[in-house]
Write a protein that binds this ligand. Structure first.
Ligand SMILES: C[S@@+](CC[C@H](N)C(=O)[O-])C[C@H]1O[C@@H](n2cnc3c(N)ncnc32)[C@H](O)[C@@H]1O
Length: 256
């Protein structure tokens, strides 16, 4: 029987290339917003950490504005893809390291910027991970959290989490904006900015990225077809199974 961490590795190690080339991950308005926030507020010599770097897209976007960026991930396959792509882009500020969010392998107050994108829905213990973010941030340092959001309506939320889990065994939970707010506030982080965008997930590439078997994809389609109107509307489910969720961005500061 596998642990969740082993499931994460077995899900992501063989799929690093798919994440490197995924349009949803390589672009998006959140990356441009993140660049603007970081370039305006973070010193150019800053020490930065990207938690759950995956194939490295957030690190690539922000590395030009900081002195050093540690790209952290539990998956050696993802770290290899991120390191190779960073070298090809000439981003020598990026260094990769294995680790996970719930127990960051760094001393207190080490970073001026801690960021994470599209990773937290895989974290088992959000409260511990957010506490770790606050611990490794220097006083006055900034945190940037980007993730797909859960839904406030329990009917829609249960449906969303179910199809996410069917597609990816390492999925834990898309947290709602309210859940995030409460965790971030409890860790003592001050919210400076919040932004939200629709994220359309094109069905074929969404399932192919995780290489799920055809019978599993059929179960997801069958759930979608039987979904009540409230769910279909909230997730904008299209005839081919493509659907739209929300991505949230929190920009925070640890008190000086
Ligand atoms: C979708 S990818 C990340 C995408 C990337 N940040 C980007 O901007 O394109 C999700 C990553 O989260 C990582 N992950 C899963 N559980 C984690 C944990 N507990 N701590 C840190 N990273 C984790 C996975 O290994 C995977 O590489």
């Amino acid at each position: 029987m596998r642990t969740h961490e082993q499931t994460v590795q077995s899900q992501f190690d063989p799929r690093a290339h798919a994440y490197l080339t995924s349009a949803v991950h390589a672009g998006g308005p959140d990356l441009q917003h993140a660049r603007t926030l970081v370039s305006q507020a973070v010193p150019t010599a800053a020490q930065a950490l990207d938690i759950g770097c995956g194939a490295g897209h957030l690190s690539f976007a922000l590395a030009p504005y900081v002195g050093r960026m540690i790209a952290l991930d539990p998956s050696p396959g993802m770290l290899g893809a991120a390191a190779t792509a960073a070298a090809a882009k000439g981003l020598s500020q990026i260094e990769t390291q294995q680790g996970n969010a719930e127990s960051l392998p760094f001393t207190d107050s080490r970073f001026h910027l801690v960021c994470t994108r599209y990773s937290a829905h895989h974290w088992t213990r959000l409260e511990a991970a957010v506490r770790e973010v606050a611990r490794v941030l220097a006083p006055g340092g900034h945190a940037l959290v980007i993730d797909t959001l859960g839904q406030d309506d329990p009917l829609v939320d249960t449906f969303l989490q179910s199809i996410e889990l069917l597609r990816d065994a390492s999925h834990v939970r898309n947290r709602s904006r309210a859940e995030w707010r409460s965790q971030l506030q409890s860790a003592g982080l001050i919210e400076l900015d919040y932004a939200e965008w629709p994220t359309r997930l094109e069905f074929t590439s969404w399932v192919e990225r995780m290489r799920i078997p055809a019978d599993r994809a059929a179960v997801i389609r069958s759930l979608q077809e039987g979904a009540p109107q409230e769910v279909r509307q909230a997730l904008q489910i299209e005839p081919d199974g493509s659907f739209t969720i929300r991505t949230g961005l929190f920009w925070l500061r640890k008190p000086a």
